[in-house]
Design a protein around this ligand. Structure first.
Ligand SMILES: *Cc1c(COP(=O)(O)O)cnc(C)c1O
Length: 382
């Protein structure tokens, strides 16, 4: 029996041809497909600039570098995100501040965020940026976040790694209407894939110039060169480039984003309808939001159910279904626990969320038979 995973990429013949085409060409990296992929992404997000990078994590890292975060700075994110969001703060030596999520949509709570900002002003701590996550494909309250960003002069970063294909008021380029920077990942668990890969989108020339330079060892492309072989290094950067092989795959995958998102929505609608167990809370929808459904997180009341979380996980596993947990809260990881000494129950909604959440399978090729199996297990064994 094949295990059904919570996610799976979809690769077709066009994708394979696109990759083979690059393999048969003169440039495997630093050729024309990188630029073409960046142009396509810019168009999709209606952004002035796009710089592709080797992963979403690399993108987050470079944004911190570009914004000059250092050890006296504070950056906010939520406990319920992939650890790369907060790791990227730690890379720079800045300190991570966590802000709890709201219960309904599992995204950052703007009211709690404002309290944190006000408190930090009292304590003379400068909050430089907020990394907000469009968790599972559901949008944060971007209008409220933008209001706070303007009021307190804080940079907004949309960790949009789940959000490619989501829409707000019918627009899939909503993200840069609110955030100063948008981060994408093209890991196979995301909505399109290049194997590994990511992108930084922004309308700020300053941010993009810096990200671009840090992506390639710190080469400064804005300085005039006397000799063609020469280049200027003003800062130490990295090799965080995406290859042309990956970019060609990305271009081919991006063509399918609307098809992918439609299918994910179809599966989500089916789950919405068929999962009738009243111990289970389904992901909610929000006005004006079209969700990409990168994940379909269900919240199960294990206090009232026959089986606890572990037993339930194992029961699914025995039935060939591999559930996943997105996410264990950041402040539960040893590094963060030790460094920040968070109080018990410091983020009650996130902690309650973790006790109840499982991501059930949702991806392009998930068959109706498999969906039914998942629905039946949820309705009958819990
Ligand atoms: C996947 C993901 C990342 C990191 O992306 P990689 O490409 O795997 O480095 C960051 N944040 C969130 C919310 C993610 O889901």
């Amino acid at each position: 029996m094949n295990t059904i995973n919570y996610t799976k990429q979809f690769i077709d013949n066009d994708d394979k041809k696109a990759v083979l085409n690059v393999l048969n060409s003169d440039y495997l990296t630093q050729g024309k497909y990188i630029t073409e992929f960046e142009n396509k992404l810019s168009k999709f997000f209606n952004s002035k600039y796009c710089t592709t990078v080797s992963s979403g994590t690399a993108g987050l890292h470079l944004v911190g570098k570009a914004l000059g975060w250092s050890k006296n700075d504070y950056v906010v994110t939520t406990p319920i995100t992939f650890v790369a969001s907060s790791n990227s703060i730690e890379y720079s030596g800045a300190r991570t501040i966590l802000c709890d999520i709201e219960e309904k949509y599992n995204t950052i709570d703007p009211n709690k965020l404002e309290k944190i900002i006000k408190y930090s002003i009292l304590k003379n701590k400068k909050i430089k940026a907020v990394i907000a996550v469009d968790y599972a494909g559901m949008l944060c309250d971007w209008e409220a976040l933008k209001y706070l960003s303007n009021k307190y002069n804080i940079i907004l970063i949309n960790d949009n790694c789940h959000g490619l294909g989501s829409k707000f008021k019918n627009s899939n380029s909503y993200a840069l209407n609110y955030a100063h920077v948008v981060i994408q990942s093209f890991h196979p668990a995301k909505n399109i894939t290049t194997g590994e890969g990511g992108a930084v989108l922004t309308n700020s020339k300053m941010i993009n110039d810096k990200v671009r330079s840090f992506r390639t060892h710190g080469v400064d492309y804005t300085k005039k060169r006397k000799y063609n072989w020469d280049y200027s290094i003003q800062n130490i950067g990295y090799n965080y480039r995406l290859t042309d092989i990956q970019s060609a795959l990305g271009i081919s995958q991006l063509k399918k984003i609307s098809k992918f998102t439609k299918k994910r929505n179809k599966i989500a609608k089916y789950y919405d309808l068929k999962i009738t167990n009243n111990l289970i809370k389904l992901p909610l929808t929000k006005k004006h939001v079209y969700n990409s459904y990168n994940l379909y997180p269900v919240k199960i009341n294990f206090n009232a159910s026959k089986y606890n979380k572990l037993v339930t996980y194992n029961l699914f596993k025995k039935n060939g279904i591999s559930l996943q947990v997105h996410y264990k809260p950041i402040h539960f990881y040893e590094y963060y626990k030790k460094k920040y000494k968070f109080k018990r129950n410091a983020f009650p909604i996130s902690e309650k969320f973790y006790q109840s959440v499982f991501s059930i399978p949702i991806y392009y090729k998930l068959q109706i038979k498999e969906q039914n199996k998942i629905v039946n297990l949820l309705n009958n064994i819990i």
